[in-house]
Design a protein around this ligand. Structure first.
Ligand SMILES: C/C(=C\Cc1cc(O)c2ccccc2c1O)CCC[C@H](C)CCC[C@H](C)CCCC(C)C
Ligand SMILES: C[S@@+](CC[C@H](N)C(=O)[O-])C[C@H]1O[C@@H](n2cnc3c(N)ncnc32)[C@H](O)[C@@H]1O
Length: 260
């Protein structure tokens, strides 16, 4: 189990009710879905250990660039005002908050999100539902979302084809999935630079927070990940009509855009 976040702006009246009809678990209208990070297995426990310093470590290590990469991921999802969107593997919610601003608040505010005590709190964030769920068994009906984002999550799920099939299932026809992650580069130079940066910058800094092993996992997870070309194939084999992987950050990161 892990973390999901759905930004679901609702218009007053019947749409609001139908907005819940799609939930497999049929939550009561106005129910508060509270995000709780499950520590069901070691990988979830790893992210729970990182959570307290997650944003700060990333700001320092990427010189704030991770926020740019996340904005690009959300932009390429084509989420727009009034859409119903999902941020899968949402973690501390960076992409969910960006999506929330994209889709905005239309009409009645239906949900109270788990609040993140942050002076940047915006009214639209009330359209977010924080849900504990499994990317491999999403608690939503078919064709439920106008866009899905996954930020640094697909690399961490144990069954990537199943995750892509679930994303496809919950997307409306013609909608997009935007998947941001580290890039498993085919370039020897880029792969060597990335490996050097993780060994000599990322892990030493993470060690100062007592997170040596956690960030050593990062390197092994990238080595076991898929290249951009393999991610495109993963998406089309799952049933997406088109898929394109774009390199970011000089090839250190990558974003897959797949259209249903
Ligand atoms: C937000 C980022 C990574 C999230 C993340 C994902 C994982 O799967 C992990 C697994 C285990 C431990 C930690 C993570 C994890 O943090 C990307 C930005 C943060 C990176 C750690 C920074 C990487 C820096 C580049 C290698 C070099 C950047 C050079 C230049 C400043 C662009
Ligand atoms: C590196 S964090 C990414 C957080 C956030 N998306 C970001 O961009 O910073 C990976 C997240 O994936 C979640 N995760 C891993 N496997 C999952 C699964 N099967 N279902 C749902 N979430 C999962 C973890 O709980 C963690 O919050």
């Amino acid at each position: 189990m892990g973390t999901l976040a759905a930004a679901i702006p609702v218009t007053a009246g019947p749409t609001a009710a139908s907005g819940h009809a799609g939930d497999r678990r049929r939550r009561r209208r106005g129910s508060v879905a509270v995000r709780c990070s499950s520590a069901a297995d070691e990988r979830q426990a790893l992210f729970s250990r990182i959570a307290p310093v997650y944003d700060h470590v990333h700001d320092v290590l990427s010189l704030g660039q991770h926020r740019t990469w996340k904005r690009i991921c959300v932009s390429w999802s084509m989420a727009k005002r009034g859409d119903r969107v999902l941020d899968l593997c949402c973690g501390s919610g960076d992409l969910a908050f960006l999506l929330s601003q994209k889709v905005g608040l239309d009409g009645e505010q239906l949900q109270t999100a788990a609040s993140r005590q942050d002076q940047r709190w915006k009214a639209c964030y009330k359209n977010i539902k924080w849900i504990e769920g499994d990317a491999l068994d999403l608690p939503f009906t078919d064709h439920y979302f106008d866009a899905v984002t996954v930020g640094y999550g697909l690399r961490n799920v144990v069954d990537k084809p199943k995750a892509m099939q679930e994303i496809l299932r919950v997307l409306k026809p013609g909608s997009r999935a935007s998947v941001l992650d580290f890039n498993k580069s085919s370039s020897f130079f880029t792969a060597s630079l990335q490996s050097w940066a993780i060994d000599n910058v990322v892990v030493p800094l993470a060690s100062s927070y007592g997170l040596t092993e956690e960030y050593k996992y990062l390197k092994s997870s990238i080595s076991q990940y898929l290249t951009g070309e393999e991610l495109e194939k993963l998406a089309t084999e799952a049933g997406f009509s088109s898929a394109k992987h774009y390199e970011l950050g000089g090839g250190l990161m990558g974003n897959l855009v797949a259209t249903r």
